[in-house]
Design a protein around this ligand. Sequence first.
Ligand code: NAD
Ligand code: ZN
Ligand code: ZN
Length: 347
Amino acid sequence: MKALVYHGPGVKAWEDVPAPKILSDTDAIVRVDAVTICGSDLHILKGDVPAVTDGRILGHEAVGTVENVGAGVKTVKIGDRVLVSCITSCGTCRFCRERRYGQCLGGGGWILGHKIDGTQAEYVRVPFADTSTYPVPAGVADEQILMLADILPTGYEVGVLNGTVQPGDVVVVVGAGPVGLAAIMGARLFSPSHIVAIDLADSRLEAAKQFGADVVVNNSREDAEAVVAGLTGGLGADVTIEAVGLPATFEQAVRLARPGGHIANIGVHGQPVTLHLEELWIRDVTITTGLVDTYTTPTLLRLVMSHQLDAARFVTHHFALDEFEKAYDVFARAGDTGALKVVLTRT
Ligand code: NAD
Ligand code: ZN
Ligand code: ZN
């Protein structure tokens, strides 16, 4: 089969590789029908994720059709249409029993396209198939379901729920990439009084308005603190969500929160960040961190089915499965191309 293979920093190729086989009786082999590219894949390609080694097939998001299952797979059957999620769950370890699947101790967590071969391929082996895939309901487009593999649960769990967004809140989202936009979309479900989106790119701020932000701030030329102070009587936001992953944006998210407020970090940080405890100790703030667990996937699926979340809105570009080179290029140049999520489908 063909797959998108990582060959060290900056090098990838759509090439022939052996088709995956069942290695454990809880595995499924899934034929990939629709797949997307994540910002994390770009991090990997820059060499920022050393756990990913030469020869690894990338990708941790897919919708597909079950081609084969191991003898121990109980609920997933050949021919089933499934969502393959970014998080794999053994279902039985201490953390899986607490719905903290991202921290799985039994061989799951973020493994696809990271520690084992991933979804940017014609076929993928999915371990713990019963607890790591979700049935795709009839009558909904693959590309909508695909948005549930990573960005929607990430924005919702690590941003909105960790930040405990409440009705009437002023919510600030720093970074309006796909994950920040997913947080904006998820926050809307709780009827905040204002959602302020902050980014450097006007195209992303325009997207933020489409996703439900009513105030946008361009960090390169506007004063976010003055804007948020104006909306909150000088107090600061009830909830701030960091969806960039830089020291400056984390510190900004902290500064913009009111006393007693919540700061939910989603961004993946590659450098140390200063925590100004000398200012914060007296402000009663709560700071949360998190890797997505995907425990809200069934909830989000219902919200997509009932049209309360428009997952299709993320998809800006379409490609065939063998057009990864082009798709990566468009996705990596999001500032110029306006890309949010690109979808590649089997033709
Ligand atoms: P992205 O790169 O597409 O979006 C980041 C946005 O931040 C861009 O629109 C960019 O213009 C903006 N930005 C950059 N510098 C800025 C600044 N100084 N001020 C304001 N905006 C700025 O990334 P994404 O795919 O949306 O992901 C966002 C973050 O979430 C990344 O760090 C990603 O690795 C992380 N992530 C975390 C998890 C998790 O489980 N915690 C899961 C998935 C992704
Ligand atoms: Zn991802
Ligand atoms: Zn587990």
